[in-house]
Design a protein around this ligand. Sequence first.
Ligand SMILES: Cc1ncc(COP(=O)(O)O)c(C=O)c1O
Length: 394
Amino acid sequence: MRNEKGSLIRPVPLPQSASRPVVTPLSTSVVYASETPDMLDQQYEGGLQGYTYSREGHPNADVVGGLIDRMEGAPHAGVVTSSGMAAVAAVLMGITQTGDHVIGGNQLYGRSLRLMSEDLPRMGVTTSMVNVGDVDAVRAAIQPQTRMILLEVVSNPTLRVADIEGLAALCRETGVLLVVDNTFTTPRAFKPFEWGADIVIHSITKLLAGHSDVMLGYVAAKDQVINDRLRVFAVTTGMTPSPWDCWMAERGMLSFDLRFERAQSTAQLLADHLGTLEGVKRVIYPSRRDHPDQARAAALLKGQFCNMVSFELHGARAQANAFTRAADGLNFAPTLGDVGTTISHPASSSHRALTEEKRAELGMSEGFFRISVGLEDPDALLAVFTSAVAAASA
Ligand SMILES: Cc1ncc(COP(=O)(O)O)c(C=O)c1O
């Protein structure tokens, strides 16, 4: 564009084209120009569809949101946020008020637990952490002021399965909102709205985007008023995602079904393989007969289970160090859902703040690992585990 003396800075309209791009354009514009004040009025009032200011919404966020809305069967357009934690915070802080009480699963993601235990109480919202596999325990924790129950279908890293059916019935009976963080299970394995959830949350960062290069979240509510409130809270507090992250996430999500299918089927193979190795003390995977929630997992997860496998090596920190050193080509990194398999060690990362006794109580010894299975050739992957476990046992 010319910027000579006397010329305008942005006078040129976009080039016209009778054909349209196959790939969604990246829309980095922060502001959108309307033709007249009347038209802008109509946009704000909802009579005319149009963007105004990208914190309020932009095309790339709407494209990603639409994809997840369809996968989840969301009744209203969900809100895409700048991270999964922004989505969790929007729910916990955007629709509670002083005097409310919130119940959370006692094995929620660490930062969600922190919001529950540190930040909500500071705002006068009391909280209880409860085993969400035990409906009686949750019933006992419900108070007249209880506003919602927040849970993850499959817990991290011990892969216990929540009693969704029982809790959905309890929530209907008591008028408490059922909030499901579906990050681990994804809509491919589990659709919370079909099982009675009122609100669904995602960290898109993980399996949905799937390449460890994007940070985004998503939240949608069944009730239109709550959905609108979540959107307004996210916009007001600036939880807006960047167009670039949304564009990248859309690109990743185009292959999500195939990636999930592959990763979870390899995870089942890996779990069974680990179970045959001498250096392995125990394996946790929801489809296995020795899993305490196997029947519930089979009923809820429709054979798709998840791409996460946890297992425990015989030994202590020295064996854990030997294992990660020998796991050639796999990243030892505390995340999940990448195209490559990643290994995490709760005792030195997510659960490092706990005492050794508390970790032992939760079954997370120094030999305990959580694997996020990626898209590698299954035989090659199993071979790496065989040799890394052998190296740890040597
Ligand atoms: C189950 C679950 N929920 C929420 C989050 C937070 O997502 P993000 O890292 O995108 O903020 C995570 C992150 O690991 C998670 O595992």
